[in-house]
Design a protein around this ligand. Structure first.
Ligand code: HEM
Length: 463
């Protein structure tokens, strides 16, 4: 990811390492291990603009921070740098640190109130129903490339699948989907257009809530409106926004990382096809080794305290190091050993803010991958493994492309019009995103660092 802050220099003598910029993004795991060797379980780091923070590297310490909101709050208004005016309004992390009235940014009783509405509304989806949607969309996506014998599984499968499913689950009309998803993706990456995209998402969801008030459906938006907590419209909009953002990138990463593992690790694939490992076990292995969110921003110290032998001051920002904690040698002395379905990883965090959508995320990944591998059993990587590239940001790291080949098949299984996924173009041909017709006129995101054609432009074949 390129950043306007990348060329600044840390203060002389500063022991902290930048968690952003080319070096950190080239090899985040390598950086975490370097930090662990230098500092132990909690390390001083710098985020965009060289603002100081603490990266929690230990598994136990991550759990302590995540499970003790009385000491480590989720409320960014406690951030001392913010209070002291050191964080400009257009700071790239603003969408993740500007307080909003959502369960993600509050603690205690208020968190229970908001989170109750979210979890109870998510629980109204019957699991088989969600899996049916996933299977249907997965089949449609596969139909779009099955006859060609080749595909980029990131662009043609891992990215669109969670988005198609989630757009359906929130009850958004099809015309909203493309631009909404593109903006949500842009915003989570902390690009220069993140703020514009964030605004676009909010405006679009406001329109969705107004529609559902008039015409209720069997969807998450309607169930939030009906929930006895009686959330206000703005609260519902903000929670829809949160859910979409929380679901897209994470689930796409899980699918792409698992497929890469299947395609590149012969032992992994043999275990899977030989029945020694189930697909759910394989997902857990990936959630340990390459969690979809490498770090979570953030927690803020409620008072002067200590964690992992480090003195933390009131108002300091902490990042949960989910990727680093999963590889903590204290709990995984040999990280090459299989985890056999063990779920005590940090990929979904822990404590009161632990991901409430993990079952849906797992269902999308599991059913989607199962559908793909069943239909294309001879799937293989179309490029040498060493040519695979990643895009990184502060919080996540995702595969740019996963080119595969397989025996072309002549027929489709859905019998419906396939979702028109364009044949992937080389990255050098990528063009700026254009906005498909949508419900609002907010300008399209054109922010770096994606350097790729808009996901939905590709998805709709409008290139
Ligand atoms: C594999 C996919 C997913 C992963 C790895 C994942 C991971 C996470 C993580 C690490 C957090 C942060 C918790 C914290 O701050 O401590 C989170 C929060 C959240 N996730 Fe997920 N997530 C996934 C899918 C989903 C899906 C599909 C949904 C919705 C259906 C969802 C909804 C949420 C929400 C609403 C929050 C905020 C909860 C709160 O702060 O109380 N996530 N997720």
């Amino acid at each position: 990811m390129s950043s306007p802050y990348a060329d600044q220099t840390p203060p002389p003598g500063c022991p902290a390492h930048r968690l952003y910029g080319p070096e950190a993004e080239a090899d985040p795991m390598g950086l975490y291990e370097k930090l662990r060797a230098e500092h132990g379980a909690v390390a001083p780091v710098l985020v965009h603009g060289d603002l100081p923070a603490w990266l929690v590297l230990g598994h136990r310490e991550n759990l302590d921070v995540a499970r003790t909101p009385s000491r480590f709050s989720r409320d960014p208004r406690r951030w001392r740098d913010m209070q002291e005016g050191n964080v400009p309004a257009d700071h790239p992390l603003t969408p993740m640190t500007a307080w909003q009235p959502v369960c993600h940014f509050v603690d205690g009783v208020e968190h229970d109130r908001l989170r109750g509405a979210i979890t109870e509304s998510l629980e109204r989806f019957d699991r088989r129903g969600v899996r049916r949607y996933v299977k249907r969309f997965a089949d449609q996506l596969i139909d779009a490339f099955v006859q060609s014998g080749r595909a980029d599984l990131v662009a043609a499968f891992a990215e669109p699948l969670p988005m198609l499913v989630m757009t359906q689950l929130v009850g958004a009309p099809e015309s909203y989907g493309p631009r909404l998803v593109e903006a949500a993706r842009d915003m989570i990456r902390g690009t220069e257009t993140a703020l514009v995209s964030s605004e676009y998402v909010t405006v679009t969801l406001r329109e969705l809530v107004a529609r559902k008030r008039e015409v209720p459906g069997r969807d998450f938006t309607t169930w939030l409106l009906e929930h006895p907590t009686a959330l206000g419209d703005e609260e519902i909009v903000e929670h829809l926004r949160l859910v979409l953002i929380a679901a897209f990138e994470t689930t796409a990463n899980l699918i792409a990382n698992t497929l890469r593992m299947v395609l590149t690790d012969s032992r992994f694939r043999a275990n899977l096809s030989g029945g020694h490992m189930t697909l759910p076990d394989a997902l857990e292995q990936v959630l340990w080794d390459e969690p979809p969110l490498m770090t979570v921003l953030g927690r803020w110290a409620t008072g002067d305290t200590e964690i992992g032998g480090v003195r933390i001051e009131a108002g300091d920002m902490l990042l949960l190091g989910l990727g680093a904690g999963n590889l903590d040698p204290e709990i995984r002395p040999d990280a090459t050993l299989p985890v056999h379905g063990n779920r005590s990883h940090l990929a979904f965090s822990s404590g009161p803010h632990e991901c409430p959508g993990q079952d849906i995320g797992r269902a999308i990944a599991d059913t989607g991958i199962d559908t793909l591998l069943t239909r294309l059993p001879d799937l293989e990587l179309a490029v040498p493994e060493g040519e695979l590239e990643w895009n990184s940001s502060l919080m996540s790291r995702h595969l740019v492309a996963l080119p595969v080949r397989f025996t072309p098949r002549g027929s489709t299984v859905t019998g419906s019009t396939p979702v028109p996924v364009a044949v992937p173009r080389p990255r050098s041909e990528a063009r700026p995103a254009t906005a498909p017709s949508g419900p609002s006129s907010v300008p399209p995101a054109g922010g770096r660092p994606t350097g790729r054609t808009s996901l939905w432009t590709r998805l709709l074949g409008r290139s």
